[in-house]
Design a protein. Sequence first.
Length: 141
Amino acid sequence: MIRVESFGVVPFRRDESGQIEVLLILHRKGKHWGFPKGKPNPQETPLESASRELKEETGLDIAHFVSKDPITEEYHFRHKGQKVIKVVHYFPAFVKGVLQIQAEEVREAKWQTIDQAFQQLTFAEARQILVSCLDKIAKLA
């Protein structure tokens, strides 16, 4: 059994009318809609890893974190006959910059309203991550 840990950002922005939007990416390898994430480099903190992965995959930067306490998901799959436990820690954040996707990792990226995102996200676990992020945003209001 292999345990793999990743870090990511659930990227938010406000549109012209002030409504919250979330950025979803279509992962090239997994062919599923979710959020930017990846493995840490040596000596990186979780926040540094998440911020770097956001920048690499989308070209975006952190404007401010909604919370520096991660929202964590865990799932299992098989890779080359071996069971893999994947643990992903997401940090909700408002982001800034110009969207420029990393073609090697990302097929497509799009800003979605919250309702659209719930329809677009491939996995129920990702929808639950979004709910948890929205709860944290609501507590700031």
